[in-house]
Each structure stands twice: as structure tokens, then as C-alpha cells.
Design a protein around this ligand. Structure first.
Ligand SMILES: CC(C)(COP(=O)(O)OP(=O)(O)OC[C@H]1O[C@@H](n2cnc3c(N)ncnc32)[C@H](O)[C@@H]1OP(=O)(O)O)[C@@H](O)C(=O)NCCC(=O)NCCS
Length: 191
């Protein structure tokens, strides 16, 4: 991906690190959330065929996206500059992606309708002030089915399938189907 080099507002916060709400660096996160929210409102009011749809997505992600990428509105992500999207990726309608901890979606990934991805936890004890970030990676050719939820700090393996409605709390190996809450391996599939 061609991320613009000047996008360093998050570099001070490690993707797997933590941040206090009153840390001055967190102001960058808040600013990015406001920017992303406004762009997602615009994107979500448009059809993917609208002439400026792709340029709005590129503004949101602050990088070029390949013509093979299909992202169906409505679409919501709270930190566009923390998302990386490969080639031939489909994200179906109603995705909610909370991406301050970074989300990497590799080539040929399919994301079904109403999927949710989170990359930040509130601390269990200091929940109003302290946040823990955890990157989510969805590896090549994985399929995330309708209504699945992916929790922070999880990698979905290459060619894996996350069944409808699954809640994924741990890494998923390559070439398996997982389902349920919490998600468990249902079966293996051929690579
Ligand atoms: C994941 C999925 C593709 C698996 O389909 P499949 O290979 O035909 O799976 P099977 O029907 O053979 O089911 C295998 C087992 O997994 C279970 N299972 C299937 N889907 C499940 C789910 N979403 N959650 C939990 N368990 C599930 C079945 O009950 C079965 O259990 P059993 O062996 O105890 O009877 C399918 O269940 C699914 O979730 N489809 C969602 C489709 C979708 O998102 N469509 C939108 C496209 S954009």
C-alpha cells in the first residue's frame, strides 16, 4: 500500500501498546476519529458507483486503493489512517471497524455484511482513562462471514473462514473454519 509518508500521527502509540486518555498524544487519535467520522458519514450516504466514492475512501485511508477493492456503503471506520487494504478485497455493507490499534486486510479477503472489528480495549479497572491497542490482521483469502466480531490483537489465518456470528477472541490458524462464541475450530479445509 502507498501510505502517505506524512501520516505519522499515530507512530508514537505502538499498535500493541497502551495510552492514557490525558496523554497529549491521544489528541491525535481524537482528531483522527473526528476526521474519519465525517468522511464515513459522507461515504455512507453515497452509492459505490458515485464518481467521488473511491476518492473519499482514499481520503479516509490516506492512501490509494486498488480498483479491484469493493467497499459497500454504509461503511464505518473510526481511524482511517490506521487501515491497510490489499488488492481484490470486498467489504460488504454495514462494516464497523474500530481501527486505532491498526487493521491490516490482505489480498483477496472477503468480509461479509455487518462484520465488526475492534482494535482497542478499555482497561478493565481504569476503563475511562486507559486504553489498550491490539492490531487485527486478516490474512490472504480469508472469508469473514456475516455478523462476525473480531476482537483486538487477533490474526485470522490465510484461507480461514470465520462463520456467521462468530466472536473471535484468539488467533485463527490458516485453512480452518471457526464458529461460535468464543470461536472454536469447526473443521479444517484444503489450502
Ligand atoms: C461457515 C459456513 C460457510 C460453513 O458452512 P458449511 O461448510 O456448509 O458447514 P456445515 O453446515 O457443514 O457445518 C459444519 C458444522 O459447523 C456448524 N456451524 C455452521 N455454521 C456455524 C456458525 N455460523 N456458527 C456456529 N457453528 C456453525 C454446524 O452446525 C455443523 O456442526 P455439526 O458438525 O455439529 O453439525 C456457514 O455455516 C456460514 O456461516 N455461512 C455464512 C454465509 C454468509 O456470511 N453469507 C453472506 C455472504 S456475503
Amino acid at each position: 500500500m502507498n501510505k502517505q509518508p506524512d501520516i505519522c500521527m499515530f507512530d508514537m502509540i505502538d499498535a500493541t501498546g497502551s495510552g492514557y486518555k490525558n496523554d497529549p498524544r491521544m489528541r491525535n487519535v481524537e482528531a483522527e476519529m473526528i476526521r474519519s467520522h465525517e468522511l464515513c458519514l459522507k461515504i455512507s450516504s453515497k452509492k459505490p458507483t458515485d464518481p467521488d466514492y473511491k476518492s473519499l475512501l482514499e481520503e479516509l485511508f490516506r492512501c490509494e486503493i486498488d480498483d479491484s477493492v469493493a467497499i459497500v456503503s454504509p461503511f464505518y471506520c473510526d481511524c482511517g489512517c490506521r487501515m491497510t487494504i490489499g488488492k481484490n478485497v470486498t467489504i460488504n455493507k454495514g462494516a464497523t471497524i474500530l481501527s486505532p490499534g491498526r487493521v491490516v486486510i490482505e489480498d483477496n479477503v472477503l468480509i461479509g455484511p455487518e462484520v465488526k472489528i475492534a482494535t482497542v480495549d478499555h482497561d478493565l479497572y481504569d476503563r475511562h482513562n486507559l486504553f489498550h491497542f491490539g492490531k487485527v490482521t486478516i490474512k490472504e483469502n480469508a472469508w469473514i462471514c456475516i455478523g462476525a466480531i473480531i476482537c483486538p490483537d487477533v490474526t485470522i489465518g490465510r484461507n480461514a473462514v470465520v462463520a456467521a456470528g462468530a466472536v473471535v477472541t484468539k488467533d485463527v490458524p490458516d485453512d480452518v473454519v471457526v464458529g461460535g462464541n468464543p470461536a472454536r475450530i469447526i473443521k479444517k479445509i484444503s489450502p
